[in-house]
Design a protein around this ligand. Structure first.
Ligand SMILES: Nc1ncnc2c1ncn2[C@@H]1O[C@H](COP(=O)(O)OP(=O)(O)OP(=O)(O)O)[C@@H](O)[C@H]1O
Ligand SMILES: O=P(O)(O)OC[C@H]1O[C@H](OP(=O)(O)OP(=O)(O)O)[C@H](O)[C@@H]1O
Ligand SMILES: O=C(O)c1cccnc1
Ligand SMILES: [Mg+2]
Length: 552
């Protein structure tokens, strides 16, 4: 059953395994202890944030919010789930707790969050969850689970897109290598959000409306032994006005023309006939969308001439071949060589546009290989990326945390020997301040009731923990970062935007960042700050909570 809020139906989470039990045991033990102490309805505020940008970069893409909202909108423990909690906790736990649990929902919970697909930075709350402490405590692990991987993959995808360059098409091919079904579905969704153009994952296409793309595998090529296997060789022209009765012969004629061509100067000798049969057969099946994997036997000696022969035969019948895929070898060299041949063929045989035939490359691609290809020069138009993007091979987890910042209107702080782990107390607001050139300059957190920064008014931005780091900013534009996404089922809240809009937000925000924050090597850290008032309060609370040591 789906929940209704603000007149909008909010379905449950995409993965039906996302239930109130998808949490750590300690959330239930704490919920019991809060209940036992009579504290369970105390109003608590938690911040969800991360401490360090992933992949050695200086930016992160926030993703996973929609799933969190779907989760809380439908949050209710079923009887069998309560029975299981009863079996899992100590037998000394009182029955009244289970009665309480059976009535728990998120009607008293408020969620403020940065919009999904936004570019975000360490320490700034991505999500602020307020509500009865026992209920909000139960949300900690599922929220982290839904946001950590989503944001990591979206960031990874955005980084791959950044290196590949805006003009390149990025295809996500990772389902077979993903961490299980949820990893695969999630990767497809969040790669698309981070700027990929399409996925090979059919289920993700159906569930999220992501464009589907694909080629064919080596198995298809090697399954053919000879052109004699092709029974139905007829192919009608694209305008359906004529029919070629023996497409395979037409292909073979074109292959000899290529072999004897003057401008190709005898580049091509014998090619592999079983590969030619596979290509011809694929073209008969998909004359409008003929794409050939050209590296099964030998890219330059066989795959490319065979592809060209089939593509030219299709051209005779009014079809335009879709392109080739390279899946091994030196992709810079092979793509450049293939392009040269396509250009020569365009000239020699007068086939307009043949020189621009799309070249797709795949095989263990990652940021580094894309960067290396760019440095060498290449002719690849589209990249198919699997393992590295979906498994986030370069970094296993983002490390988002969920920390208590206020209870019963009393600010709370968590101290640590490691200053990066000290939490920023209070229910806060956060703003992005934009400079003269239109770039975001700094994110600033303030106490909830402080006046907001104003355009044209100088404001002091302080590093939260380093006294000497501070700067005045006169913002040209101020954007409040967190919006209300849940205020109980009846409360006014932001609508959940379609995936395409989230993707566009992401691409647009990434495009408006100052380039030095985005570069791969030694990027400049983006500044995250607090107001002078919040700074003073953090340090007052810090001194208040930290015991004074005694030297002997
Ligand atoms: N010009 C290039 N510069 C840098 N890296 C490249 C270049 N061309 C390909 N690569 C990368 O080099 C690696 C080649 O891997 P490997 O040697 O295992 O593959 P292969 O032998 O070409 O193909 P196969 O998958 O059939 O084994 C891949 O990760 C690929 O992305
Ligand atoms: O390399 P990835 O980035 O993970 O991209 C997906 C890979 O999956 C496919 O083949 P598969 O890897 O199954 O077989 P292969 O390694 O023998 O090419 C495809 O040809 C790619 O190589
Ligand atoms: O369509 C493809 O080419 C594809 C799909 C998944 C994995 N590798 C390649
Ligand atoms: Mg491979």
């Amino acid at each position: 059953m789906a929940a209704i809020s603000n007149g909008q139906v909010i379905a449950g989470p995409t993965n039906p395994m996302v239930t109130p039990l998808l949490t750590d045991l300690y959330q239930f033990t704490m919920a019991y202890a809060y209940w036992k102490a009579g504290k369970h309805n105390e109003r608590a505020v938690f911040d969800l944030y991360f401490r360090k940008n992933p992949f050695g970069g200086e930016y992160t893409v926030f993703a996973g919010l929609e799933e969190c909202i779907k989760f809380i909108a439908n949050f209710k423990l079923a009887d069998d789930e309560i029975d299981f909690v009863r079996q899992s906790l100590s037998s000394s736990c009182e029955e009244g707790f289970y009665k309480y649990l059976s009535g728990v929902d998120c009607s008293e919970v408020e969620v403020y969050a940065i919009q999904e697909g936004s570019v975000v930075f360490p320490k700034v709350p991505l999500v602020r969850v307020e509500g009865p402490i026992a209920v909000v405590q139960l949300l900690e692990t599922p929220f982290l689970n839904l946001i950590n991987y989503a944001s990591l993959v979206a960031t990874n995808a955005a980084r791959h897109r950044f290196v590949a360059g805006e003009s390149k098409m990025l295809l996500e091919f990772g389902l077979r290598r993903a961490q299980g079904p949820d990893g695969g579905i999630g990767a497809s969704r969040y790669c698309y959000m981070g700027g990929f153009h399409a996925t090979s994952n059919v289920a993700a296409g159906k569930i999220f409306g992501i464009p589907l793309r694909g080629t064919h595998s080596h198995a298809f090529v090697s399954s053919f032994m000879s052109p004699d296997e092709i029974i139905d060789k007829s192919l009608h022209s694209s305008d359906k006005r004529s029919t070629c009765e023996d497409f395979v012969s037409l292909v073979q004629t074109w292959l000899s023309k290529i072999q004897w061509s003057n401008s190709l100067n005898g580049t091509f000798g014998e090619t592999n006939h079983s590969e030619l049969a596979a290509f011809a057969s694929y073209a008969l099946a998909f004359p409008d969308n003929f794409l050939a994997l050209v590296d099964t036997y030998d890219v330059m000696r066989s795959g490319i001439p065979n592809f060209c022969a089939v593509a030219l035969a299709l051209n005779d019948l009014g079809y335009k071949a879709a392109g080739i895929r390279l899946d091994s070898g030196d992709l810079a060299y092979l793509s450049s060589e293939a392009r040269k041949i396509f250009r020569i063929i365009e000239k020699e045989f007068g086939v307009t546009g043949f020189g621009k035939t799309v070249i797709t490359a795949s095989n263990d691609l990652n940021e580094e290989t894309l960067d290396a290809l760019n440095k060498q020069g290449h002719e690849v138009d589209a990249f198919g990326i699997g393992t590295h993007v979906v498994t986030c091979y370069a970094q296993a987890a983002l490390g988002c945390v969920f920390k208590l910042v206020e209870i019963n209107n009393q600010p709370r702080i968590k101290l640590s020997e490691d200053v990066t782990k000290v939490s920023i107390p209070c229910k806060k607001r956060s703003y992005r301040l934009f400079g003269k050139e239109g770039y975001p300059l700094v994110d600033i957190m303030t106490g909830e009731n402080e006046p907001p920064p104003k355009v044209g008014e100088r404001i002091l931005c302080r590093h939260p923990f380093n006294e000497s780091k501070r700067a005045y900013v006169v913002p040209q534009r101020v954007e409040e970062l967190m919006k209300c996404f849940w205020h109980g089922p009846g409360g006014v809240r932001e609508d959940l935007p379609p995936l395409k809009d989230i993707r566009e937000r992401c691409i647009s925000q990434l495009g408006k960042m100052r380039p030095d924050h985005m570069r791969r090597l030694n990027p400049t850290p983006y500044k995250v700050s607090v107001s002078a008032k919040l700074y003073d309060f953090i340090h007052f609370l810090w001194l208040n909570e930290a015991p004074v040591g005694e030297l002997q």
